[in-house]
Design a protein around this ligand. Structure first.
Ligand SMILES: Cc1cc2nc3c(=O)[nH]c(=O)nc-3n(C[C@H](O)[C@H](O)[C@H](O)COP(=O)(O)O)c2cc1C
Length: 208
């Protein structure tokens, strides 16, 4: 038997993984950066092949992992975790600092940045496992690293509790199980797409 809840007991950090296509820089949220060996310093990261960032890392062999801290606002997840660099320029009009490899890193709500140079990649169906040499590692603050559990309990918006009277007035509410976005209305159209995480109507449940 595989209990889904048991899998949630594993501890994960959260990171903005940045890379580039040579011109445009891009980044996405991951919870899968780990240390592999200490000497030499090597790290691993698993990235979904549907992510534009996976394609960029596979092509260029370089990435930065900015380690997010508990002060990180939900807006950072909206920007890097719920939309793809294939459809949007996530860094448009903003200036971010760079590491020695020329890639952006996130200077706020982070406590470190690690630069990786890919030395091996393995195809695991939905995901690619990248093994990388650490070419630069910099401490950015003394804030506490955020965990995936902390994000779920304290950062991801929760659907608001509603009285029966309020429910009648608003005509009902639907919450996105992926990101917590709440849609108000008695009916949820079949072709509804979550404006935050772009998941379909099937990922919503009625809460009022
Ligand atoms: C809390 C959170 C954790 C995530 N963890 C991962 C992860 O470990 N691996 C992954 O491939 N995507 C993960 N994602 C999803 C990507 O960040 C998301 O699909 C992103 O929009 C991809 O952007 P891109 O196409 O520009 O690379 C996570 C998203 C969130 C909000």
């Amino acid at each position: 038997m595989i209990e889904k809840e048991a899998m949630y007991k594993l501890t994960y950090g959260l990171f903005v993984l940045t890379s580039t296509d040579g011109e445009k820089q891009n980044g996405c949220i991951v919870n899968t950066v780990s240390m592999l060996t200490d000497n030499p310093k090597r790290i691993t990261v698993f990235v979904n092949k549907a992510n534009y960032t996976e394609e960029l890392i596979r092509k260029t062999g370089v990435f930065n992992a900015s380690v997010l801290t508990e002060s990180v606002p939900f807006e950072v997840f909206k920007k890097f975790g719920f939309c793809s660099g294939r459809d949007t320029d996530k860094f448009a009009g903003e200036s971010y600092p760079k590491t020695e490899n020329g890639l952006y890193y996130i200077p706020e709500h982070t406590n470190a940045v690690l630069s990786g140079k890919v030395i091996d990649a393995h195809d695991y169906g939905t995901h690619t496992l990248f093994v990388a040499e650490v070419t630069e590692a910099k401490t950015l603050s003394s804030e506490t690293s955020v965990t995936y559990e902390y994000y779920q309990s304290n950062i991801k918006p929760k659907p608001q509790a509603q009285t029966a009277e309020e429910t009648q007035k608003s005509g009902g509410k639907w919450v996105c199980k992926i990101c917590g976005y709440v849609h108000e209305g008695e009916e949820l159209p079949e072709d509804f797409i979550c404006p935050w995480c772009k998941h379909p109507a099937s990922d919503f449940e009625k809460i009022g």
